[in-house]
Design a protein around this ligand. Structure first.
Ligand code: MIG
Length: 621
């Protein structure tokens, strides 16, 4: 049962797809007003939720901020990442008391989840006005299903998008891409996608191609198709300011860019240099931008990733000008330790400065809103621009994005952003994938091997051993880091065998993913969902149920060759080092300490459930 409460005059978000009557009596344990919600927690309550956020699966014990942020250091002290997913699911020991809440507001809010007070959740809604949904049902899966029904069906990508993808920021030309494809094909490493980062564009302009680096792009797309490779180009939010560039000129002419109070288009700095930001909240601008993807679709492209859409702002022209003027005054001053830091901070604070969100406006549903008030809807509506256009075509197109709000899950997936080549980020990938499913983002995955920092052969291998189960399976790394394509490592043949396991499981993964979408259930979920009365299973965060039949227990510690596994019921353990090398053993319910050699994956099959491996092809289609 879902109950809706309204505080103030909320700005619509289009997150939910169902109209509900507004109630007036809040449930027990709740206190709420325009700016604040307080919920009492029992000492044994587990608090799931928040989709994309740092720390473990149980969010209890920290404070999180819902404000879409270009955050490239996913350390434990961070309070926000790229998405705003205002959903909490309280798992109570007394099953009948479990419930979930969704706070629907496009502006910033903070969740103090038993951080200040150990037995309370305190939520501060910065700009007041919101819809509160309270969802009750008799089990965790039923609560999630009701919520997901409220927010609408999740996006399903084409089947080939469940294959393996290779990406890197700095595939600089067609020959480098060819080398990557050869490296996989020659070594029998399955591959379906190669991603193109901003390097393929002409001067980082959306919907252009660097003709020197990628001569005859259409022909190249075809060549790749003949190798069964889909090229997946990136699209950034900002549009370069450049006379003669059609996207820029049309946007200016039609008034589709975000404006300052004086009516001029705001000028910001991102990769292309100075840009304008399309007003994705404006339905006409959305339609216009969506059609622009045809430039690449007409050349045979059938997948995209949308980036920098929090939006990420390196600087605004105004703030940079002010800083440059201020710099001049420093020239005539003695620099001492105090003004040195003021100077240093002044430059550092130019990037992703929240004050800048007050400087521009959106034309949204017939009203003008300060960006600050609708910030969390920006990335969502960029995904929607693409998704709505793709829906109008008779083609299956892969789409995933960086920034998001609940609702965007109907138009595309998300990847988990700029993680690091750290062991702790395998763990973060595990918990985030489960939390994201709860809020509808079933199609998700992290940069396997880690985006920033240098990966190691072992980290890469272990990460793949988990990554073969995530819906989006993409190896991606940053420019200037160690090359991390599987074929570059001396343990390449082990990586190949692990990736081949993914392909042998492909039908299982695809079918289970689709049925999770249809049933509004979780493709990846914690044990507590299936074993609610098992007090040990309830607290376990590093074993994951994947689809109906299996449970996994990934290794995420350096040099570990064994790990603790709790079995909530008798299961068949499969220990695989390739689709052909499988050792099987039936293990009893209870505590186990299990060996997992560096090149092995553990899969536990539930009793009475089917799990069959198919053939491991080198590509899906
Ligand atoms: O400021 O396009 O998260 O995946 O490789 C960095 C370059 C911009 C951030 C994305 C990352 C991508 C990178 N982008």
């Amino acid at each position: 049962m879902i109950r809706k409460y309204r505080f103030g005059k909320p700005i619509p978000t289009d997150a939910v797809v169902k109209e509900l009557d507004v109630q007036d009596t809040l449930p027990e344990l709740f206190e709420a007003d325009d700016k604040h919600i307080r919920i009492e927690l029992d000492k044994d309550d587990i608090v799931y939720g928040l989709g994309q956020a740092v720390r473990g699966l149980d969010k209890r014990g920290y404070v999180y901020n819902s404000i879409c942020s270009d955050e490239f250091m996913h350390t434990e002290d961070k309070t926000s990442l790229y998405g705003a997913h205002n959903f909490l699911l309280i798992n109570s020991l007394d099953r009948t008391k479990s419930f979930a809440i969704f706070i629907d507001t496009p502006s910033e809010l903070s969740f103090d989840v038993a951080f200040t007070n150990t037995s309370e959740i305190n939520i501060d809604i910065k700009h007041s006005s919101y819809d509160l949904y309270v969802i009750k049902a008799d089990s965790l899966p039923a609560i999630v299903a009701e919520f997901r029904e409220l927010i609408g069906r999740s996006y399903i990508p084409p089947k080939w998008a469940f294959g393996y993808g290779q990406s890197r920021w700095s595939y600089n030309n067609a020959d480098e891409v060819r080398e990557v494809v050869r490296g996989h094909r020659d070594n029998g490493i399955p591959l379906d996608m190669v991603y193109l980062d901003i390097d393929y564009m002409d001067s980082f302009k959306d919907f252009t191609i660097d003709e020197e680096a990628f001569p005859d792009f259409e022909e190249f797309v075809n060549e790749m198709k003949s190798e069964h490779i889909h090229l997946i180009p990136i699209i950034d939010a900002g549009v370069k300011i450049e006379a003669g560039y059609d996207v820029y000129e049309e946007g200016v002419k039609e008034g589709y860019f975000c404006k300052k109070a004086d009516g001029s288009n705001i000028i910001c700095g991102v990769w292309p240099g100075e840009v304008h930001f399309p007003d994705f909240l404006n339905a006409d601008a959305r339609k216009w931008f969506g059609k622009k993807y045809d430039f690449l679709i007409d050349k045979g492209i059938d997948g995209f990733w949308n980036d920098m859409n929090e939006p990420a702002i390196f600087y605004t022209k105004d703030s940079l000008d002010t800083a440059l003027d201020k710099m001049k005054t420093y020239k005539s001053e003695d620099i001492n330790i105090h003004n040195f830091f003021t100077l240093k901070d002044m430059i550092a604070n130019l990037s992703n400065n929240r004050e800048d969100y007050k400087l521009f406006y959106h034309d949204y549903k017939g009203e003008r809103y300060s960006h600050e008030l609708v910030h969390n809807l920006y990335g969502y509506n960029m995904t929607r621009a693409a998704g709505e256009h793709f829906d109008s075509l008779d083609k299956d197109i892969l789409m995933f994005s960086r920034a998001s709000y609940i609702g965007a899950h109907r138009y595309g997936g998300i990847w988990q952003g700029d993680n690091h080549s750290w062991w702790s980020h395998i763990k973060l990938n595990m918990s985030m994938t489960m939390s994201l499913g709860m809020v509808g983002f079933l199609f998700t995955g992290a940069d396997i091997g880690g985006f920033s920092s240098n990966t190691s052969p072992q980290l890469m291998l272990r990460w793949l051993e988990f990554g073969i189960f995530t819906p989006l399976m993409r190896n991606h790394s940053a420019i200037f880091t160690r090359q991390q394509e599987a074929f570059r490592f001396d343990n390449m043949s082990q990586m190949r065998d692990i990736i081949r396991i993914r392909y042998a499981m492909l039908d299982y993964i695809y079918e289970q993913f689709k049925s999770a979408v249809e049933a509004n259930s979780l493709y990846m979920r914690p044990l507590s969902f299936d074993y609610p009365d098992d007090m040990i299973a309830r607290k376990i965060e590093d074993e994951i149920l994947v689809g109906d039949s299996i449970m996994i227990a990934p290794v995420y510690e350096q040099n570990a060759t064994s790990r603790y596994v709790y079995l909530p019921e008798k299961m068949k353990m499969m220990r695989l080092s390739s689709p052909e090398n499988i050792y099987e053993e039936v293990l009893e319910k209870g505590h186990h300490y299990i060996e997992v050699a560096m090149n092995e994956v553990l899969i536990f099959v539930k009793e009475g459930k089917d799990f069959v491996l198919g053939e491991a092809n080198e590509y899906v289609d």
